[in-house]
Design a protein around this ligand. Structure first.
Ligand code: FE2
Ligand code: FE2
Length: 370
């Protein structure tokens, strides 16, 4: 989920539209800056040497499938006699929820549905990737099982939104197809150091945004939808715990490498995974969606700074010692960044202008305030 508002849009500069849309094999939106394999071979070895640690400390954050919730637990049962009645109730509750909420929920669902891109991304990582699609290294086991857990999120939201009758499924499906075709460019350079900074940040961000989506559903009187979003939020929280724990370990065994990675990702800004989103008609759909999410308080610029502050505290970045000169510069940069982005965030708030209203294809071109 993105930090919205144009003053806070790290994505615009990193993408461009391809001029020739007649070439169907080329993504409509394409990443521009792509650095690959920046991690030296001795660092790749670190991840090999962490495999025993990962077996004991990482895989415990996966839930056994038998204990996991499934989308069907939260949806009308199509094989039961009560199905039609349950669908009618679901739709009656959905009618009480405003359009802007649906724009936000659709954006979340589309982001979750681009899961093939995220699994691909994990498998580009030097020292981690699943070499056979059935590899038994703990990293590969994690990648597959994490993907399998995440797969339920898009599935549940997709089915809910379909049944709600409030959204234009065909336009949404088209957006998903464009997005998976476009991929994403996070600037992680095949380096697990950069990746785990990103995933720590991103899982916390999605936990916050699904949590706020749940809170708002409750405010609109839909307890079942609140439960759906809250359940997804708690999965994201568990993933956050796993990824931040990997970074804890990297800060312990290689504080220099870890703090350089943190500074590197913060300089690039954490780009949200659906930043190459396109719905087939509006080139700015992602920024518009981000603005709605920000206005509703589902994911805001303040959340972005809060997450950074939390992670910097969690990894005790200020107290790191025995850093190289470059490491100390990175430490200094990260610690100074928090008050700096807090000030930017306040100024952006003061500058907030009269919001535009635009039509969203996902809800049959009904107008929504940004
Ligand atoms: Fe998710
Ligand atoms: Fe997650």
């Amino acid at each position: 989920m993105p930090p919205g508002q144009s003053s806070y849009n790290p994505f615009k500069s990193s993408i461009y539209l391809l001029q020739n849309v007649k070439k169907p094999s080329v993504p409509r939106r394409e990443a521009r800056v792509q650095v690959t394999h920046s991690m030296p071979p001795e660092k790749i070895e670190i991840f090999k040497s962490m495999e025993d640690w990962a077996k004991k400390n990482l895989l415990v954050h996966l839930k056994p499938v038998e204990n996991c919730w499934q989308p069907q637990d939260f949806l009308p049962d199509a094989a039961s006699d009560g199905f039609e009645e349950q669908v009618r109730e679901l739709r009656a509750r959905a009618r009480e929820i405003p359009d802007d909420y649906f724009v936000s929920l659709v954006g979340s669902m589309i982001t979750e549905e681009a899961l093939p891109t995220y699994q691909t991304m994990l498998n580009t990582m030097d020292g981690l990737r699943d070499e056979t699609a059935a590899s038994l290294t703990p990293w590969a086991i994690w990648i597959r099982a994490w993907t399998a857990e995440e797969n339920r999120h898009g599935d549940l939201l997709n089915k809910y939104l379909y049944l709600s009758g409030r959204v234009d499924m065909k336009r949404i499906e088209k957006t998903i197809q464009y997005l998976i075709g476009a991929g994403m460019d996070l600037g992680t350079e095949n380096s697990p150091y950069l990746l785990f900074i990103y995933t720590s940040f991103q899982e916390r961000a999605t936990s916050i945004s699904h949590g706020n989506t749940s809170r708002l559903a409750k405010a609109h009187g839909d307890m079942k939808l609140a439960q759906i979003c809250g359940t997804i939020a708690s999965d994201e929280k568990r993933h956050e715990a796993a990824y931040t724990k990997i970074m804890d370990k990297l800060f312990e065994i290689d504080p220099d490498g870890a703090v350089l990675a943190l500074a590197n990702m913060m300089r690039k800004r954490i780009t949200m995974p659906a930043h190459l989103m396109y719905d087939g008609c509006d080139d700015n759909i992602f920024s518009y969606y981000s603005a709605v999410v920000q206005r509703l308080g589902i994911y805001t610029a303040k959340d972005y700074s809060d997450i950074l502050e939390f992670l910097v505290g969690r990894w005790k970045v200020e107290n790191l010692t025995e850093l190289s000169a470059e490491g100390r510069r990175a430490q200094d940069y990260v610690c100074r960044l928090i008050p700096k982005i807090r000030r930017l965030e306040e100024r952006a708030g003061e500058r907030a202008e009269e919001a535009l209203t635009i039509p969203f294809s996902w809800i049959y071109d009904r107008q929504v305030k940004l």
